[in-house]
Design a protein around this ligand. Structure first.
Ligand code: AHG
Ligand code: MN
Ligand code: MN
Length: 334
């Protein structure tokens, strides 16, 4: 095996920055191990009987898939004993998860979407895991509460995602650029395969669920209409559309070759504040995109600047290539 493993990479980071502590390295290595386990289960699919519905609903009233539940269990069980976490929070759990008394409690808070893109599991399309790491501000002796998690995205110390596609990838930021690792399945190691990912400022590709068109607000109607007019319209160039319906896969494409991803506010989701969740979908993806030179807003303001009020809060999301996201945001503010 040649090249840089995730552990090797993290040891180098630890040497060069006092912010990357031994505990943080251990936490990230541990998340990577859980992602490998999730990937193995996804890979087995029907052979392991993991496809289909679990027969339960999560806190958001969404039907849980067996793999939503399994991925959540893998993350909880693999992380609760590692001594780095004060508490965890997940899309699949209404309340925060307290570290059982028999295990040591650490300084970090971990938030995750254990399986993103659930609607794609049963049809063998890429899904992923999204995570965000915060440092707990309250003293260690105090029992963690949900309020400890309500920190703006700018406070994230690390964020990333795993995408279970043709290859299993881990994409990571520690606040100094975005790097990508590919799982070497034979050795069981994540290998550094791309450093300093960059989102090009301009793009001709957009991602939005067009079936929601009639529910959108006027600025989004205008923006998409202009893209669809292509070279015959005011943008004077043709655009292409891609929509995987797994945010991880759509964001990964944007980190790789640019694009704009939108899940805007619409009249269907207005009462809930949007579709995607701030703490474990929008914030970690916004951190990655910004670290790669892109922009992430709600259409009106910077996602990472929002002061969260609820663990499972939802927000509108517009992210990706700088010039397109700025245009969409400008249309909203005009
Ligand atoms: P999750 O599977 O964690 O609930 O998230 C699904 C999200 C996101 O991945 C994706 O962008 C969006 O929902 C897809 O929504 P549509 O059903 O509107 O395509
Ligand atoms: Mn999701
Ligand atoms: Mn999910």
């Amino acid at each position: 095996m040649t090249g840089v493993t995730l552990s090797h990479y993290l040891v180098d980071k630890q040497r060069s920055s006092p912010l990357i502590t031994h505990e943080l390295r251990l936490l990230i290595e541990n998340i990577a191990t859980a992602c490998k386990a999730i990937g193995v289960n996804i890979g087995k699919g029907a052979i392991a009987g993991v496809l289909g519905h679990a027969g339960t609903d999560n806190v958001q009233g969404e039907a849980q898939k067996k793999l939503d539940v399994l991925s959540n269990d893998i993350l909880i069980r693999s992380k609760r004993a590692n001594g780095t976490l004060a508490a965890m929070a997940s899309e699949e759990m209404e309340e925060i998860y307290h570290i059982p008394a028999e295990y040591p409690r650490g300084d970090f808070l971990l938030l995750f979407d254990p399986l993103d893109g659930s609607s794609n599991i049963d049809v063998n399309i890429s899904v992923g895991t999204i995570f965000s790491v915060l440092r707990r501000k309250a003293p260690k002796v105090k029992k963690p509460t949900a309020e400890d998690f309500l920190q703006p995205g700018t406070q994230q110390v690390c964020a990333g995602y795993a995408v279970y596609g043709p290859s299993t990838l881990l994409v990571l930021t520690l606040g100094d650029g975005v790097d990508c690792f590919t799982l070497d399945r034979e050795y069981g190691e994540f290998m550094l395969t791309e450093e300093r990912m960059q989102v090009p400022e301009d793009t001709q590709e957009f991602a939005i669920n067009m079936s929601n068109q009639r529910f959108w607000e006027a600025p989004v109607q205008r923006y998409i209409e202009e893209l669809l007019m292509g070279s015959a319209g005011p943008r004077e160039k043709d655009f292409n559309m891609r929509w995987v319906a797994s945010m991880v896969a759509d964001v990964h494409r944007i980190l790789t070759r640019g694009g704009v991803f939108m899940y805007p506010l619409d009249s269907k989701t207005r009462a809930k504040g949007g579709k995607l969740r701030l703490m474990y979908e929008a914030n970690p993806m916004a951190f990655l995109v910004e670290q790669a030179g892109g922009v992430a807003t709600t259409g009106r303001e910077r996602i990472m600047g929002l002061q969260p009020t609820e663990l499972h809060q939802r927000v509108p999301v517009v992210l990706g290539s700088k010039n397109e996201v700025e245009r969409v945001t400008r249309y909203h503010l005009e």
